[in-house]
Design a protein around this ligand. Structure first.
Ligand SMILES: Cc1cc2nc3c(=O)[nH]c(=O)nc-3n(C[C@H](O)[C@H](O)[C@H](O)COP(=O)(O)OP(=O)(O)OC[C@H]3O[C@@H](n4cnc5c(N)ncnc54)[C@H](O)[C@@H]3O)c2cc1C
Length: 310
C-alpha cells in the first residue's frame, strides 16, 4: 500500500494520540491514550474501544496474518476496560476521571486458541508515544460499583489484565472513602505478569482495609500444585485473608478476564434452567455459598462479571 494512502487513512480514521506507554515486559503494557475530544463522563469499571488500521505493522514473533488486499484499508477495533494507576507521580491518590487521557492495561496475544492470527494487539504493541490511533467515543458497561454500599466488603478477582477495571474501581472506592474491606486477587502465570504489583504493595501499606492477593501459577513455588482462584475460595484461604466469613448480605464480588475462571452458567432455552460449565468456575463455587450472579440488567445479584472473550 502506498505511503500516501496510509497517511490519508490515518488522518481519516484516527482520533487519539498515545500519551504514555510503560511496558513491564515485551508482552505487557500500561498505555495512556489522549482522545482529541475530552473523554466523556464515565464510571469506573467500564470499557471502550481501541483500534488501528490493518495497514499498520505487526509485532515480530506473533502469528503471521494473511489478509486479502480488500481488508488492508479497514480499521480493527477491540474492547478494553479502563484501568488506573491508583496513585499519581507524586504518590498522591489520583482521580483519573479528571484526566484528558484514558489508561489501559493490555497483554500481547501472540497466538489464539483457534490458530487465527490475533488482529489488534500485535499492532498495539508497535505503538510509541505520540503515535495516532482510534479510541471509541462511547464508554460503556454495567460492570460498575453501582450496587456497592459504603460498608460492603468488595472482592475483585481477575486473571491477567482482568485487573484493569478493578484498579479503576479501587481508585474510586478509596476516593469516596469506602469503609468496608477491599480485596483484589489477580491470577497470572508468572510474577513478572503483575504489571501493577509495586502500586498494590504501596496501597496495602497506606490502607489497612486493602489487600492485594497475587497468584502466579507457573512460578516454581506453585509447581505441580495448579492453584487457581476457585481453590482460594474452596480452601477457605480467601476468608482467612479477609479475616471474616464471606457474607453474601454485605459482599460484592467482581470477576473479570478468562471465561473459564468466571464460569457463567448457561441457560437452557427450552427448560429455562441454568447449568454450570465444567471445570467449575468461581460463580459455581460462590453460589454454593449463597451468592447470586447477575442475570441481566433487571436481575442483579452480588456477583458481577466481565468476560474478555468467549
Ligand atoms: C469488555 C471487554 C474488555 C476487555 N478489556 C481488556 C483489557 O483491559 N485488557 C486486555 O488485554 N484485553 C481486554 N479485552 C480483550 C480484548 O478485547 C481483545 O480480545 C484482546 O486484546 C485480543 O485482541 P486481538 O485482536 O489481538 O486478538 P483477537 O483476534 O481478537 O483474538 C481473540 C483471542 O485472543 C485471546 N485473548 C483475548 N484477550 C485476551 C487476554 N486479555 N489475555 C489472553 N488472551 C486473550 C482469546 O483466545 C481470544 O479468543 C477485553 C474484552 C472485552 C470483551
Amino acid at each position: 500500500m502506498e505511503s500516501v494512502d496510509i497517511s490519508k487513512l490515518r488522518n481519516e480514521k484516527y482520533n487519539a494520540t498515545v500519551h504514555h506507554i510503560h511496558k513491564s515486559h515485551s508482552d505487557l503494557m500500561v498505555i495512556r491514550v489522549r482522545p482529541d475530544k475530552k473523554p466523556i463522563a464515565h464510571k469506573s469499571g467500564q470499557y471502550t474501544l481501541l483500534g488501528l488500521g490493518n495497514w499498520e505493522p505487526r509485532f515480530p514473533g506473533t502469528t503471521e496474518e494473511n489478509l486479502p488486499e480488500t481488508e488492508r484499508s479497514k480499521l480493527v477495533r477491540r474492547s478494553y476496560s479502563i484501568s488506573a494507576s491508583v496513585l499519581d507521580n507524586n504518590g498522591q491518590l489520583a482521580d483519573n476521571s479528571k484526566e484528558p487521557w484514558v489508561e489501559f492495561y493490555i497483554v500481547l496475544v501472540r497466538e489464539t486458541a483457534s490458530g487465527k492470527a490475533p488482529a489488534l494487539t500485535p499492532r498495539l504493541f508497535m505503538l510509541k508515544e505520540g503515535d495516532r490511533l482510534f479510541c471509541g467515543e462511547k464508554i460503556t458497561g454495567a460492570y460498575t460499583l453501582d450496587l456497592v454500599k459504603p460498608t460492603d466488603s468488595v472482592i475483585f478477582l481477575g486473571t491477567g489484565t482482568g485487573e484493569a477495571p478493578h484498579n479503576y474501581m479501587l481508585q474510586q472506592l478509596l476516593n469516596r472513602k469506602h469503609e468496608g474491606k477491599i480485596v483484589s486477587g489477580s491470577c497470572v502465570r508468572l510474577k513478572k505478569d503483575l504489571g501493577y504489583l509495586s502500586m498494590h504493595e504501596e496501597l496495602m501499606r497506606r490502607y489497612p482495609q486493602y489487600l492485594y492477593l497475587p497468584l502466579a501459577t507457573r512460578e516454581p513455588e506453585n509447581a505441580g500444585k495448579k492453584v487457581y482462584i476457585q481453590d482460594l475460595i474452596r480452601s477457605g484461604e480467601l476468608e482467612s485473608k479477609l479475616g471474616s466469613k464471606l457474607d453474601p448480605a454485605s459482599t460484592h464480588v467482581f470477576l473479570c478476564g478468562n471465561p473459564a475462571m468466571i464460569g457463567v452458567p448457561e441457560k437452557n432455552r427450552e427448560t429455562g434452567e441454568y447449568s454450570y460449565p465444567k471445570p467449575e468456575g468461581v460463580i459455581e463455587v460462590l453460589e454454593q455459598k449463597g451468592f447470586k450472579a447477575d442475570k441481566g440488567h433487571h436481575d442483579r445479584g452480588n456477583i458481577h462479571f466481565e468476560e474478555y472473550w468467549s
